[in-house]
Ligand binder design. Structure first.
Ligand code: ACM
Ligand code: ZN
Length: 628
């Protein structure tokens, strides 16, 4: 934030900041999420021709192979395995003697000059490996080395999730695997796969082939921002994941300690299913229904009165349960209008027969019946926070998305909760910067990296006992406005880094400055060397602002990607790499009665560019003349 300061005070502040930085330099090295305990030591472990990888058993070897493959792919170095764990220049992956690490996701990592020791049980050892990967240099150089360090680490929450909606737009299996790689690299452990929607049913169900023959395709799709009478692309869109593909993805995730939670939406968001099997809608002669071509909430939902609805959903869930080993199955429950139920004779008969008060209680009846069925199969349900309305199903876990209130209410009733509040910035479909004109098409909302980072998923309104019901946190990626996997990457990165830290790291260890200025730029520098798309954060140390002064010196600006450069203009044109390069400071002199517009961008080594930040310096005593 730029504020007007006299030069002497400004210089003194800068000096103090620099001294503090020197003492505190890189307290978490480049590790995201920040570990529980970290002690940097002197010296380093060189990676060279003498380096070997050791392991205790086959399971440890499997984890070591991830590290070996990473070094081969990114640094073009082959590190061989050795038999036995003795000797120098050894990187030792070990799940033995881990009784002192009670958390199965916890680990220790010790790097000294002649040995690296990783210890943990299964998931813990895998996370030790991910931390070690993050300590590797950005690229192959003359000398590869890892700084000496001692780390003890374990997660704050047992549930750490990322969601993906494949109903509005779908993505190839190869991308789903890449998405799971990102989830695992940032120590998240749940992939919430939103598989059924109004705009498309995306999972093969052998008992009901029309779900994918008919329900997986829409005739066309809305283009641009949502409007009631918007324009359409005139192009058929769709597809689905076969059961073989689902099995492949579930196995791929499991190898990386990621659980896949399928979501089968009910009773709302059901047009994909209703288009295929219209008799499941309300009334005596329901339909025809069309797979939705636009976004929003639709009145046509599963009929809660007909037994056929429950038989159908149980048939679907039988196959889902066989495909997904996850203890949790997500049954949706959000955004279910009750209008059709109010006039449907079958629904009204159900209300009467079951002695229900209203249609909210009918929704509860629906959810409770599905819960009972899934509980009988040894599974538990998760539902969006609307499942609170009309009474919670006895064993349900609530995913609190419309803010934190649903989560607070559920925890107070003794139910488990996963926080995914849009008010916490956990809706990664929301735009990432303040100015809609500088962001690509999105659904609206506002969720910056800093907002996500600031979130604490455990509400203070809960007592210590109630807080135990907060199982963890998740971000949601709704894809109405994400047609391509590149757009998904842009919306997820770098916000995933902030999610990772609020999910894993104790709040006492969080540090926004270290995160945003030291660690994120290093992670982005690695990403910048790959094909993966990400949003380049704006110049560090500068915000859109108006300053009243006859001259102003911009100092201490930093690129948000390590190795990136800052370019600027003072003529209100948007800066590019043909403009002036910011070095240490820029002094702008403004004649009386005039203004200057300072615009600055970050350009990463790949050429990827940030949005500009705009500071207007006005030399006038009358604020009215200032540009906006
Ligand atoms: C939701 O965003 N409708 C759960
Ligand atoms: Zn009905």
């Amino acid at each position: 934030m730029i504020t007007k300061k006299s030069p002497s005070i400004f210089a003194a502040c800068l000096l103090m900041t620099t001294m503090a930085m020197a003492q505190q330099s890189a307290p978490n090295l480049a590790i995201i999420p920040a570990p529980t305990e970290i002690q940097t030591l002197s010296g380093q472990f060189p990676i060279d021709a003498a380096t070997k990888i050791a392991y205790d058993n086959e399971s440890d070897k499997r984890i070591a192979e991830f590290f070996q493959a990473y070094v081969q792919e990114t640094l073009n170095m082959a590190i061989p395995f050795q038999s036995g764990a003795e000797g120098k220049s050894v990187i030792h992956f070990s799940s033995s003697n881990t009784d002192g690490i009670p958390n199965r996701e916890g680990y220790t990592l010790t790097v000294s000059a002649d040995r690296i020791s990783l210890q943990g049980k299964e998931a813990g050892l895998f996370y030790a490996m991910q931390t070690l990967v993050q300590l590797l240099p950005e690229k192959a150089g003359e000398q590869l080395a890892i700084p000496a360090v001692s780390i003890k680490d374990e997660p704050r929450y047992m549930y750490r999730g990322l969601h993906l909606d494949v109903g509005r737009h779908m993505f190839p299996v190869s991308f789903i695997k890449k998405y799971i790689d990102f989830i695992a690299a940032y120590k998240l452990n749940n992939f919430h796969w939103h598989l059924t929607e109004d705009q498309g049913w995306r999972i093969e169900i052998k008992k009901y082939p029309k779900l994918t023959e008919i329900g997986a395709y829409r005739d066309q799709t809305l283009i641009g921002n949502y409007k009631k009478d918007g324009d359409y692309d005139g192009t058929r869109y769709g597809g689905f994941y076969t059961q073989d593909e689902v099995k492949e993805i579930v196995a791929y995730a499991a190898e990386r300690y990621v659980n896949v939670i399928p979501e089968i939406e009910l009773p709302g968001h059901a047009l994909g299913a209703l288009a295929a099997y219209p008799h499941l809608g309300c009334g005596d002669n329901p339909g025809p229904y069309k797979v939705a071509q636009t976004w929003g909430v639709f009145d046509d939902v599963f009929c809660a009165g007909k037994e056929e609805t429950f038989a159908f959903l149980e048939g679907v869930l039988d196959e889902v349960v066989a495909l997904f080993p996850s203890e949790y199955i997500h049954i949706g429950g959000d955004e279910c209008p009750k209008t059709k139920w109010e006039t449907c004779p079958h629904c009204q008969k159900r209300v009467k027969d079951e002695g229900l008060k209203d249609e909210h209680e009918l929704q509860s009846y629906f959810i409770q019946r599905m819960e009972k069925y899934l509980n009988s199969k040894g599974r538990r349900i998760i539902g969006w926070d609307e499942i609170l309305e009309g009474g919670l199903a006895p064993n349900a876990t609530v995913m609190s998305w419309r803010g934190e209130d649903g989560g607070i209410a559920a925890a107070k009733q003794g139910h488990d909760v996963i926080m995914t509040a849009n008010s916490y910035g956990l809706y990664f479909d929301h735009k990432q910067g303040p100015d809609p004109n500088r962001e690509p098409l999105n659904i609206g909302g506002y969720s910056t990296l800093q907002k996500v980072y600031a979130a604490d998923p455990t509400p203070k309104a809960l007592s210590a006992e109630e807080q135990k019901h907060i199982l963890g946190v998740q971000a949601n990626v709704w894809t109405e406005y994400m047609e391509t996997d590149k757009k998904v990457e842009f919306m997820v990165l770098p916000r995933l880094y902030a999610l990772s830290e609020i999910a894993w790291t104790d709040p006492s260890r969080k540090n926004w400055t270290d995160f945003s200025e030291a660690r994120v730029p290093q992670h982005l520098a690695k990403l910048d060397q790959t094909e993966t798309v990400y949003r380049v954060p704006e110049v560090l140390g500068l915000k859109d602002t108006v300053i009243y002064a006859s001259e102003y010196t911009f100092r201490a600006l930093k690129p948000s990607v390590a190795g990136g450069k800052i370019y600027y203009t003072i003529d209100n044109y948007n800066p590019t790499d043909t403009d002036l390069e910011y070095q240490d400071a820029v002094k702008i002199v403004v004649p009386e009665g005039k203004e200057r517009v300072f615009k600055a961008v970050v350009i990463a080594p790949s050429g990827r560019q940030s949005n500009y930040v705009r500071a207007v310096i006005v030399n006038s005593k009358t604020p009215e003349v200032a540009s906006k």
